[in-house]
Write a protein that binds this ligand. Structure first.
Ligand SMILES: *Cc1c(COP(=O)(O)O)cnc(C)c1O
Length: 372
């Protein structure tokens, strides 16, 4: 049996007519750049997440750069961000001239350790950039409180967190809606993924919204009139048309992913050498990446590959040990939790159209490796 880590073609085959119609509608209309499907998708995202404003951009990394630029993460301003995340969460700060200030992560949620983050705040700190990772959001309630106390901006990297919710105050809030700006990525593997690159910036602040909307079209407030030096970064109309269909199926997608996660948990619960993902209350998780912490990780990884099973290591190298961040002067041992995670994490196949038999086969192969 072959079990891919991720396969987008199964979903396409399920809803082929819907996708094909949406794609040909765009091509027939000729509205390739900021066509009406982009606005429809932005409104659908606002409705789903209850964010006031949404701006479609070219990808999640651009969304982070544009938001960092607008929030003023530049001229050496310090921005606290975790070391265990995708590169773009930190590069966006450096890209616009700010200084990423790294902090460690929580060993259960893999998200920013808020106590450690607060300890790293100085008089040069301008913002906090928490990341909602794998299954659950960062502790956004605490983050908001810290930011308010120190007068900082918050940019929530919800690139991979579409649909996740957490209790903030008295209500459940969607990932991305608990900061000055939140961003989503629609990279194909994400829970809400397109057939290419795509991204979005969301906010409740009208002024920030207007800036983001102009920054994606070279800082123009009307065509050929530039108030800012912006970017060329728009959500492609074809991707928006595809994403509108994907969004209409999202609740089922989240449900199917949860079913696979429950099956993994049941079949792997008593395997020695494995730590299953931990959900910290009051989070309402979405199973974007189902990531184990395991003993003899590289051995297990090779064993699963031999069995025809796709896996992934998110993330093999923490950000403070990346060559491009050498100038920040960190060394091995500075962020022990993240460093330990990098050596023990292994993500299993996770996408809605996995079958029960495939999940069973993955678990059986893992059990065999650990001799049980
Ligand atoms: C995927 C991802 C991004 C980048 O999104 P792209 O659309 O690939 O540019 C940024 N941050 C995190 C945490 C991500 O998982």
């Amino acid at each position: 049996m072959n079990v891919p880590f991720y396969d987008a073609t199964r979903e396409y085959k399920l809803y082929k007519n819907e996708f094909d119609t949406a794609i040909s509608d765009v091509i027939c209309s000729g509205g390739f750049i900021l066509g009406k499907q982009v606005q429809e998708f932005e409104e659908a995202i606002q409705n789903y997440t209850r964010a006031k404003y949404a701006v479609g951009v070219a990808n999640g990394s651009d969304a982070l750069v544009i938001a960092s630029d607008i929030l003023g993460f530049k001229d050496g301003a310090e921005v606290v961000t975790p070391v265990f995340t995708f590169f773009a969460s930190a590069s966006c700060i450096a890209r616009v001239g700010g200084k990423p200030v790294f902090c460690d992560v929580d060993e259960d949620t893999f998200c920013m350790d808020m106590a450690d983050a607060e300890n790293r705040i100085t008089k040069h700190t301008k913002g906090i950039l928490p990341v909602d990772l794998f299954l659950q959001t960062a502790d956004m309630e605490r983050c908001t409180e810290i930011a308010r106390r120190h007068g900082l901006s918050v940019l929530e990297d919800a690139a991979e967190a579409f649909g996740m919710q957490t209790l903030c105050g008295v209500s459940l809030k969607h990932a991305g809606t608990m900061a000055d700006f939140g961003v989503f990525s629609f990279f194909p593997t994400k829970t809400l993924g397109g057939y290419g690159d795509g991204g979005m910036i969301i906010t409740d602040n009208e002024e920030l919204y207007k800036k983001a909307k102009s920054y994606r079209v070279h800082g123009a407030v009307k065509k050929y009139h530039h108030d800012y030096i912006g970017y060329n970064s728009r959500l492609d109309t074809l991707q928006a048309a595809i994403l509108n269909i994907k969004l209409s199926h999202i609740d089922n997608v989240i449900y199917q992913r949860a079913k696979h996660a429950a099956q993994y948990r049941e079949l792997l619960q008593d395997v020695p050498g494995i730590k299953l993902p931990v959900i910290k209350k009051p989070n309402k998780e979405v199973n974007y990446v189902f990531c184990l912490q395991v003993e003899r990780r590289d051995g297990l990884d090779s064993h699963l590959k031999e069995k025809g099973i796709g896996t992934s290591i998110y993330y093999p190298v923490p950000l403070h040990l990346q060559k491009c961040f050498e100038y920040l002067g960190h060394k091995k041992g500075d962020f022990p939790v993240a460093e330990r995670l990098c050596e023990h994490v292994l993500a299993l196949p996770m996408f809605p159209e996995l079958t029960e038999d495939e999940v069973s086969y993955v678990c059986e192969s893992i059990r065999r490796f650990y001799g049980c």
